[in-house]
Design a protein around this ligand. Sequence first.
Ligand code: PGA
Ligand code: ZN
Length: 425
Amino acid sequence: MSNFQISDVRAREIIDCRGFPTVQVDICVGDKMMGRANVPAGRSTGSNEAHELRDGDKNRYRGLGVKKAVNNVNEVIGPRLKGLDVTEQRKIDMAMIRLDGTLNKSALGANAITGVSLAIARAAANVCGLPLYRYLNPNGYILPVPFMNLLNGGKLTSNYLEIQEFIMVPVGAKSFKEALQMTTEINLILRDLVIEKYGILAVNTGDEGGYATPMHGIREPFEFMAKAVKKAGYEEKVVYAMDCASTHWYDKKEKVYKLNKKSYDREELINLYRELINEFPIISMEDPLDEDDFEGYAKITKDLGIQIIGDDLFVTNVERIKEGVKKRAANALLLKVNQVGTLSEALDAADFAYRNQYKVQVSERSGETEDSFIADLAVGLNCGQIKTGAPVRGERTSKYNRLIQIEEELGTSAIYAGTKLVKSF
Ligand code: PGA
Ligand code: ZN
């Protein structure tokens, strides 16, 4: 057996940060090397995502088990991949797509396929003796600006905020390391401010580690963040962003957005956003409108003149991004590998976005594990931005701490995207 040949493929059921089962895959190469990856899971998912296969057996994990997906890796995908060259990522991904045979990967499960696809890249990097970011791209050197979700709402918490993520963006730092320090300091001050106003129960956290406070509406979280930033002395260095995840508070029947006990039509909502960005330095908005409103996205992108990211809108799918490009809807892609199901397709999505002057932001899922794959992916893509939650709890800090290592490893060739990112919008 050659040094590059896949000798074994093994999957198992593990749990993610919500205590939900997910898939872990090991790819063995030759007799000595291996690569491992864990699959994340969404909660505030787009309706056009690839299919996540769950067992539905109510006697185990409330029906959320992933034994079927695990078996599909061990019994269907594994035997097909044995003997293949582990560095042939695209060939392997395409083989899995053919083996599945459906448009949304519902036969084998996108969670099964994603796990294998990511573990293949890891194993290949290990065999080549390269760090993952370097294996993905020999010219990866840009450390991403972390988009830190410090206050949580929507489906990621049980509180009154419809907007899912209120995000702090430390563009003024000189390095990733400094950015992490700044946001962590701000986050601790924010904690004090929240306790001061709402009491100790208000600093329980949501799925992505941001505080799940009893705030209301769209302005209050920004007021708190701005206060914390000021107190920390970083006013000149920090800007803001938000993930509205508005599909989840859009009433499809009435065709209105229901926010803080009021109803807004599209135009009224865009006006509300405009007022907000006039008041706070908000440089980026994700999913500000319903996932199928491409025309609305074209309008808001033109009207607001900031970064407009499509998450549920694009679901990391080239076909949906093509439609976006045609209509000039949004100007950035949120990249989540498991939304589409293979690394090759996610890289194609990024490539297509770049070629059409769209930005790319690599993202976690709300259901994460300690796997830090996306840290390397963000550097490999030189995309300059990553979204991976608040700087607390292992499933989020694993990514931040990995970026610290990468920055150190790259030494003087590392460049923190910083203010250049905003200037490029
Ligand atoms: P998800 O949410 O991982 O639950 O889909 C995160 C997001 O909307 O960005
Ligand atoms: Zn989102």
